[in-house]
Design a protein around this ligand. Structure first.
Ligand SMILES: [Fe+2]
Ligand SMILES: [Fe+2]
Length: 228
């Protein structure tokens, strides 16, 4: 089985300038909206928010790809990293859709939010990739907190702990008897990794010295079409 990597829950990037404060302010505002809308319905929260979380990686990969073509420059591995992030977030979605079913209203919210968020994030990435990566870093800090709260709900018996979906067992190399709790643990480790990678990219674009190594990334199956 996959070893579930250690997750440092205390990581928080202290805002250093106006861009950081903008990114943190947007994140806190969206957190408030999510808390109001979902309260403790963590399964539903995960589905709707993972449909959003899978967007920035693909936008970042696309625009980095185009910039590298224009400048005929190397991407330093960023494009693959960002595409992997998008795929990983989509697998979070495919996992949680086996755990909870979105309501009709939530499906409508997903459609509307995708239009607005895709266009807004695309524009932000064009204007300031550094702010865009900082924003994702802060989103992922919140994701780590949300999945920690979800774990507490499961541990204290307020949320069910059914067997892990087969797709999730395959994707994270989990044992036959794995439960939803194990899945939330590996998902949270994924989010911690994205958090550190995106804060690291934002730092690099700001000319800061390379950050310490990101939180370890759980291993994932590559043949996800079979899993699905
Ligand atoms: Fe996620
Ligand atoms: Fe995430």
């Amino acid at each position: 089985m996959t070893d579930i990597p250690f997750v440092d829950l205390s990581v928080h990037h202290q805002p250093r300038d106006l861009r950081d404060r903008f990114a943190l302010g947007i994140t806190k505002l969206l957190r408030l909206c999510a808390d109001t809308f979902f309260a403790r319905r963590y399964g539903h929260r995960a589905i709707v928010l993972e449909t959003v979380a899978a967007v920035p990686g693909m936008v970042g990969a696309t625009l980095t790809h185009l910039r590298c073509l224009r400048r005929m420059s190397d991407d330093r591995g960023w494009i693959r990293t960002l595409m992997e992030e998008a795929e990983n977030e989509r697998m979070h979605l495919m996992t949680f859709i086996q755990v909870a079913q979105p309501t009709l209203f939530e499906r409508m919210v997903i459609l509307g939010v995708q239009w607005v968020f895709y266009l807004a994030f695309f524009a932000l990435y064009l204007l300031s990739p550094r702010t865009a990566h900082r924003l994702v870093g802060y989103f992922e800090e919140e994701a780590v907190i949300s999945y920690t709260l979800y774990l507490r709900e499961i541990d204290e018996g307020r949320s069910a702990n059914p067997p892990a979906p087969a797709l999730a067992r395959h994707y994270w190399h989990l044992p036959e008897d794995a439960t939803l709790r194990d899945v939330v643990l590996v998902v949270r480790a994924d989010e911690a990794h994205h958090r550190d990678v995106n804060h690291g990219f934002a730092g690099e674009l700001a000319g800061l010295s390379p950050a310490v190594a990101p939180a370890p990334y759980p291993t994932h199956a590559q043949d996800i079409r079979i899993a699905a």
